[in-house]
Design a protein around this ligand. Sequence first.
Ligand code: PLP
Length: 395
Amino acid sequence: MSLANGLSYLAIPGPSVIPDRVLRAMHRPAPNIYTGELHDLTHSLIPDLKAVARTDGNATIYIANGHGLWEAALCNTCSRGDKVLVLSSGRFGIGWSEMAAGLHLDVELMHFGERSAFDFDQIETALRADTGQKIRAVLMCHVDTSSSIRNDVRAVRDLLDAVGHGALLMVDCIASMGCDRYEMDAWGADVTIAASQKGLMTPPGIGFAWFNDKADRWREDADLASRYWDWRPRAKPEMYYQYFDGTAPTHHLYGLREALDMIAEEGLENVWTRHETLARAIWAACEVWGQGGALRLNVADPVHRSHAVTSVGMDSPDADRLRHWCEFQAGLTLGIGLGRVPEDAWFRIGHMGHVNAHMILGVIGTIDAGLKALDIAHGPGAVEAATRVIAGTVG
Ligand SMILES: *Cc1c(COP(=O)(O)O)cnc(C)c1O
């Protein structure tokens, strides 16, 4: 017997739930790409994209996933052989460093592990040791989706300024954009990248690079800036096709328009607060489960926990068993323990984008039922703890 039939919830950390409004906006015949509505719609996206990243800089759209935007950021700022410093708290930080190495950059990877936020003393030592300012860019994930660690972007900027290092600060916000508070200009990021399929609630397939004037000066002598990845014509197109260097991603643009409207209607601050409250409900449940058994939040310090994704550790192979039970008995798909060892001891809850209180309470109740069904020891009262957070009677 299975109780999985009914509306399923894909609670993996991307692609996230696509709102019906976005799906409906995309359900249309192919539009004319040469003139008319699609042009107006595309122009209208740019200011709204700047607004979600909190920047007055440039916003560009690529037909690419997040990996493509990793490459776009590097190609527009670096030359073969240039040195970059990658600060990592998980698989995605390492992934960006591998992308940089593949582009023949000289990569210094500072990996702080899967459970720890950055150690600023170590970073300071590395920056001060770079007396010749060979490091051209510092790369970091705002949220590393594999570990669910969120790092402090502003603090990295402050450290660069304090030691007088002129490197660019490039930030991967693929998981955090539209979920965790992010202030590109106020926090001093020079380049920000994101993709459509997480907090921005649109199918995978388009990505975004935002950059300021300083980053554009790095573009001057960046010899990796190939014709297709070049962000300049995309940021200031003289002809419509230059937005994408070819055919527009027509249906994605309609979907994104709707998603950005939804964010604007709710208000970005409210979007962030919703994510924070729902995340707190999940943490409250996890803490209670953990009191009575082998289940723990990956990130000990709430300050460093993402509001978009939560990584949870168990005894191997209980995380896999729990994921399977939730999927096949209850219609809830949880994320795998991507990049973790052993992988079957970890799972992740995606709570990014189009998620609300009843969905998150459903996730928590379902996990609670799964723990019971599988006879996995856990503390009692997790659902109660979560409902108190949702009800606003704690924290
Ligand atoms: C999802 C994600 C990526 C990879 O994006 P793809 O679209 O799968 O290429 C990179 N970085 C972070 C932080 C992510 O969450």
